[in-house]
Design a protein. Structure first.
Length: 141
């Protein structure tokens, strides 16, 4: 079973595990473990990267990387918390999934989360004259 393989392989790298249904699981890891986790989910378990989502929380920022086990119909979401409220940063997963380029650009543009080693971090949705450093989905503190 895929969830057992995830738990076995990642072990104590998993900070928290929650199943919201039989087909939906969320697990939290440290941002330093993201790249290896993604390589494992995709490369060894053949899970499909569906998308990522980001949001601001009272403690910083949260990114969810959503993976689908299309054979079983299950979805696994990797949760990362970024506690730096002013300059949040995480490694880009585009070296593994070139298709992640656009969603990382969107999260960067709207929330201001920097994706290190991203190949093309530039505006995607906002007007060219939108002020740099003004992130429309960030809440003022």
């Amino acid at each position: 079973m895929v969830k057992d393989k995830i738990k076995d392989r990642l072990g104590n790298k998993i900070i928290a595990w929650k199943e919201s249904s039989q087909r939906r699981a969320y697990f939290a890891i440290k941002k330093e473990d993201l790249f290896d986790t993604v390589k494992f989910l995709f490369g060894e378990l053949s899970l499909r990267f569906a998308t990522a989502s980001g949001m601001q929380t009272p403690n910083g920022f949260e990114i969810l990387y959503h993976f689908s086990d299309d054979k079983q119909g299950d979805v696994y979401s990797v949760r990362i918390m970024l506690t730096d409220k002013h300059d949040p940063e995480i490694e880009s997963i585009t070296p593994i999934f070139p298709g992640a380029e656009w969603i990382e650009r969107e999260i960067w543009e709207l929330l201001g989360i920097n994706f290190k080693n991203h190949p093309n971090l530039k505006k995607l949705l906002l007007a060219d004259d939108w002020p740099d450093g003004n992130y429309p989905l960030r809440k003022e503190e």
